[in-house]
Design a protein around this ligand. Sequence first.
Ligand code: ZN
Length: 171
Amino acid sequence: MALGKGYDRQDCAFARALELLGERWTLLIVRDAFYGVRRYGDFLAHLDAPRAVLSQRLAALVEAGVLERRQYQDAPVRHEYALTSRGEELWPVIYTLGRWGERHLVTEPYRYFHHTTCGSRLDPAGSCPTCARWAPPAEIEVRPGPAADRSRTDPVSVALHEPHRLLARLL
Ligand SMILES: [Zn+2]
């Protein structure tokens, strides 16, 4: 028997969210959108996802209201993707999952996250210890950590070798 696509029998909002966000690549697309990746070709080069899969995932995120698809060029017509306010609400999920991975699955951090207001590094819950408050993504700068892979040459990886404010256009 083929596996069903969703978790229809789970009466749980977590299962509803996973039907969208639990698909392979989807949370990596959302992560890259926080890094300021906007264009299809940049997602493609950074994620190494199959084209058809990337297109499907982007369309699903647009349909769910997580990403907004906007035209940014007339001739030829080109579109880009940006997080909506609903999408920006996913920041704690991305951040917390990454810190969990750092604690249990890797030896050194790939990236650090700092509060732009004061420069302090955020704590594992995403709060600034200096300002004593949670930092929204627009106030966070991502910086390369000791495990950052500097051998990658796609435009997104190269741009992330420098500190970058989340949500601001990367390329
Ligand atoms: Zn701070």
